[in-house]
Design a protein around this ligand. Structure first.
Ligand code: ZN
Length: 336
């Protein structure tokens, strides 16, 4: 990719599409197909502003900044076994490993690092990365909640290790609490974790009282929201939380864990958010990032289990990143 006219990178590692927990699993291969199809269908609007860039895989060394060697060994072992037995192997009750899962997870993490590199090299200002499987439940030492590798965490450490930023904000609007991300940075004052999520809900963590530990105290902020929270209340909560974080933290780089399961109608969530809201949230985040860190924002895909809605959400977020108008929604509105 050449030229500096592009504002936004769209990144998808080809292996991400091959992770295969089965079509009966909510996190099936159709999610990414729908996302890529929706982005392709919007190319007329995105043309000249959004460029697809190649993704590399993460190295073992980059993954080891977050995950234990035992965790990576186990992931590789289960993927090998899945290949031999020609079936997906359960890691826990809802997390499956298929033959392609190692490549998908390591490719997805690498895709986020490729996005960071493209921003640092000045090819683009920001990026959207279609990671799969999702990452925010993955803990340092174990997979969990469909997640194998914590892409956002690996990317935050990568930014720090390369000396491209000290303070990193990870903003997570997936409908579930990102327990893995929170845990990895719980005592770290340089990585602020802000999460809005349904509560009580899977995985059970994310109460307002969880605020970090030791030097990291005050650098975790959880906004638990009741099932069925009215759309306006969610919007107000989002902008208030962003304002609060703004007052106390000045990031050098921003990652957004974007779960489209926060959208109304998702089978694994019960919130009323619409793609238009995510468009405005993204505009709010990028406007702040333009002020404090040269607009360095990478949005990465977490959950979202209605494929059509994953596509709509991704287009809304990408349009906002690229500074384009919000899409006109032709689907019948579901005002909450
Ligand atoms: Zn989720």
């Amino acid at each position: 990719m050449t030229g500096s006219g592009f504002s936004t990178a769209f990144v998808l590692h080809p292996a991400s599409a091959l992770h295969d927990p089965g079509w009966g699993h909510p996190e099936h291969q159709g999610r990414l197909r729908a996302l890529a199809g929706a982005v392709a269908a919007d190319m007329l609007a995105l043309h000249g502003r959004v460029a697809q860039i190649e993704a590399r895989s993460a190295t073992e060394e980059e993954l080891l900044r977050v995950h234990t060697p035992e965790h990576l060994d186990q992931l590789r072992r289960l993927a090998d076994r899945a290949m031999e037995e020609e079936r997906s192997i359960p890691w826990d009750s809802d997390t499956l490993v298929s033959a392609a899962s190692w490549d998908a997870a390591v490719g997805s993490a690498g895709a986020v690092l490729s996005a960071v590199e493209a921003i640092i090299q000045g090819h683009v200002r920001n990026a959207f990365v279609a990671t799969r499987p999702p990452g925010h439940h993955a803990r340092a030492h174990r997979a969990m909640g469909f997640c194998l590798v914590n892409h956002a965490a690996v990317a935050a450490r990568f930014v720090q290790d390369r000396g491209w930023g000290k303070r990193v904000l990870i903003l997570d609007w997936d409908v579930h609490h990102g327990n893995g991300t929170q845990e990895i940075f719980y005592d770290d004052p340089d990585v602020f974790y802000l999460s809005l999520h349904q509560f009580p809900h899977y995985p059970g963590t994310g109460s307002a009282g969880e605020r970090g530990r030791g030097p990291g105290e005050g650098f975790t902020r959880n906004i638990p929201l009741r099932p069925g929270t009215p759309r306006e209340v969610y919007r107000e909560s989002f902008f208030r939380a962003l304002e609060e974080v703004r007052e106390g933290f000045r990031p050098d780089f921003v990652f957004v864990s974007s779960g489209f399961d926060v959208l109304a109608g998702d089978p694994l969530g019960d919130q009323q958010v619409e793609p238009q809201d995510l468009y405005e949230f993204t505009r709010g985040v990028t406007a702040w990032a333009e002020e404090v860190c040269g607009g360095r924002v990478v949005v990465l895909l977490e959950g979202g289990y209605v494929p059509r809605r994953v596509g709509e959400g991704a287009v809304a977020v990408i349009r906002a990143l690229a500074g384009l108008e919000a899409p006109e929604w032709d689907a019948s509105p579901r005002q909450g």
